[in-house]
Design a protein. Structure first.
Length: 81
């Protein structure tokens, strides 16, 4: 089997939270440079949403990662812990 097919299922998934945080930083920068109060509020809300998404992703990643690392093939069971 080619090597690229042998990667762990969780490889690369933890980088998603990093990307979500980068989106949050980008929204914060847009809020900082916006001339409109309404736009600033929208960007700040978006930044908060991206930050919360990163936190949820990390929590879920660790919860699911544990089940996968233990060799569980029942993903519903692995995520219920």
């Amino acid at each position: 089997m080619p090597k690229e097919y042998c990667k762990p299922i969780t490889e690369g998934l933890n980088t998603a939270s990093t990307q979500f945080r980068e989106f949050a930083v980008e929204c914060m920068e847009l809020a900082r440079t916006s001339s409109s109060l309404d736009q600033r509020m929208v960007y700040l809300k978006m930044a908060s949403a991206w930050h919360q998404t990163a936190q949820r992703w990390e929590k879920d990643f660790h919860r699911w990662g544990i089940g996968v690392a233990q060799g569980s093939t029942d993903y519903a069971q692995a995520g219920s812990g």
